[in-house]
Design a protein around this ligand. Structure first.
Ligand code: PLP
Length: 423
């Protein structure tokens, strides 16, 4: 039986396959298929494999911990590796925020929502259109990047409200106008739909990921933080995609000097093993009565060990600053596409880089670029509300020359696809 048939028979079709590849191994920044063909991985399992594949420090940490024991429920007793990982997370985020561990991004979002309601006693939750926060009922109630994710699952969690994210190209206005628009929407929401004193939390991606690698106008996040403080609303940043050094800071909220009340982390945090975290203000965490939330696998010691090794390598090899530099190079190189008919924007912060195409042709252009890239041995991934954006999220330790050549090839491919679509 072919691998395709085996998949069809054994696995749920609800997870669609983006490529027909059968991947058999990874090495550094490359994946290899069953025929031995090599692919440069600019997608990293959707921003997970932050040090690529087979990093010796991760493998060694994994082996050392696995030989001791694979798993213990974090509520059983003290575990040094779990404490050490918590301390490491504190050292790169907020040193005084205790950490709660989960397994996936969506679980960390759920934890944030539950803690926010528990600690404030308020029901209201505000999120942004274009956001992706996960697919379990709580996080799905916030996700608003595609109605397909939500429809047929309603009713979702009540008292969740959405306003537009200040996304200039989506709204078709300047960054200043986009900022004003979102500010006005929030004020209208408070005036007409929910008293701000009934809002527990505003959840925001500091850069929208699935929504199209949208960087909000400067000043938006600090303004949002001030607004939250004014009404006693908690501010939660969802750093599941933007965190762990990717944007040129350990966490994207640090670009504008924020101190959010809750910080949601996942994806790259375990260096390839599933682990997520919620770091929150100490007084909030201390208000969370023991036993009112929990998990079997959260804080798995092997994932803590690989996560710790990953964060250590990122720190010791200076990869956060490097992500900032490489990202700048990427935006400059891809900037060659600016001004071409069909290209709306080239943008990025660190190694979160996106090229947006005109909405009416975007989806087919992006699909063709992905297919062409695959033929040329590169894996890229779409984003945007209509899949009109190509997003790049390479490993932070990708070889500079290799990345630079890949960017040139992407420019060439995009030019070709755009020329064809204009015919
Ligand atoms: C910003 C953000 N939050 C939450 C999630 C959900 O994470 P997970 O798929 O691990 O549940 C994602 C996943 O793409 C994400 O990008």
């Amino acid at each position: 039986m072919s691998i395709e048939e085996r998949h069809r028979k054994a696995l749920a079709g609800v997870v669609p396959l983006e490529t027909p590849l059968e991947i058999v191994r990874g090495e550094g920044s490359y994946l290899f298929d069953a025929e031995g063909k090599r692919y440069l991985d600019l997608m990293t399992g959707i921003a997970v494999n932050v040090l690529g594949y087979g990093h010796p420090a991760i493998l060694s940490a994994l082996e050392t911990q696995a030989k001791k024991y694979l798993h213990l429920y974090n509520g059983l007793g003290y575990q040094s590796i779990v404490a050490e990982f918590g301390e490491m997370i504190q050292s790169v985020s907020e040193p005084d925020y205790p950490v709660y561990f989960g397994n996936s991004g969506t679980e960390a979002v759920e934890a944030a929502l539950k803690l926010a309601r528990y600690a404030t006693g308020r029901p209201g939750i505000i999120a942004f259109r274009g956001a992706f926060h996960g697919r379990t009922f709580g996080s799905l109630s916030l996700t608003a990047s595609n109605s397909r994710y939500r429809s047929a699952y309603e009713p979702l969690v009540p008292s969740v409200y959405h306003v537009d994210y200040p996304a200039p190209t989506r709204l078709g206005v300047s960054p200043e106008a986009a900022l004003r628009h979102t500010q006005e929407q929030l004020m209208t929401l408070f005036a007409n739909e929910i008293d701000p004193h009934r809002v527990a939390v505003i959840v925001v991606e500091p850069i929208q990921g699935e929504g199209g690698y949208v960087i909000p106008p400067t000043g938006f996040l600090p303004w949002l933080q001030d607004l939250c403080r004014q009404f006693g609303i908690l501010l939660a940043v969802d750093e599941v995609q933007s965190g762990v050094g990717r944007t040129g800071r350990w966490f994207a909220y640090q670009h504008e000097g924020l101190k959010p009340d809750l910080i949601i982390m996942g994806k790259a945090l375990g260096g390839g093993l599933p682990i997520s975290a919620l770091a929150a203000r100490r007084d909030l965490m201390e208000a969370w009565t023991p036993g009112t939330h929990g998990t079997t696998f959260g804080g798995n010691p092997v994932a803590c060990a690989t996560g710790l090794a990953t964060l250590n390598v990122i720190r010791d090899d200076n990869l956060v600053a490097r992500a900032g530099d490489l990202g700048q190079m990427a935006v400059e190189r891809l900037g060659a596409l600016r001004g071409l008919p069909g290209v709306v924007d080239v943008r990025g912060r660190g190694l979160m880089v996106g090229v947006e195409f005109r909405a009416d042709i975007g989806e087919s252009v992006v699909l063709e670029i992905m297919n062409e890239a695959l033929k040329r041995g590169m894996i890229v991934h779409p984003a945007g509300l209509k899949h009109e954006v190509i997003r790049l999220m390479p490993p932070l330790n990708i070889d500079q020359e290799v990345f630079s050549q890949a960017l040139d090839v992407l420019v060439e491919i995009s030019r070709g696809v755009l020329a064809k679509s204009a015919q």
